[in-house]
Write a protein of this length. Structure first.
Length: 98
């Protein structure tokens, strides 16, 4: 599949992808961000698409993985923030006790 054919398939899949984003988030801004990241990744990885596979399935998998990876990253950052806050609170408590 050449790049023009790929782009046409991607454009034809846009409405379905846009609806699918709302399975992951209810925020329109987050849905738009997820859609944009998915399209960008698909364009960057177009050489990895195999013509005999389901194009929409491939795109939905990219979207799903993008969402999961982003969620893991956000949860990890939140856990670090909480740990950091607890450490600071403990330190302040110890400092205030002396």
């Amino acid at each position: 599949m050449n790049h023009d054919e790929f782009r046409e398939k991607l454009l034809a899949s846009f409405p379905g992808l846009q609806q699918y984003t709302h399975r992951f988030t209810s925020s329109n801004d987050d849905a738009d961000d997820l859609l944009q990241e998915t399209l960008l990744k698909a364009l960057c990885k177009c050489d990895y698409y195999k013509c005999d596979t389901n194009f929409n399935g491939w795109l939905y998998m990219i979207m799903h993985n993008t969402f999961v990876n982003k969620s893991r990253k956000e949860n990890h950052c939140s856990a670090i923030e909480i740990e950091h806050r607890e450490h600071i609170n403990n330190r302040i408590y110890i400092d205030c006790g002396h």
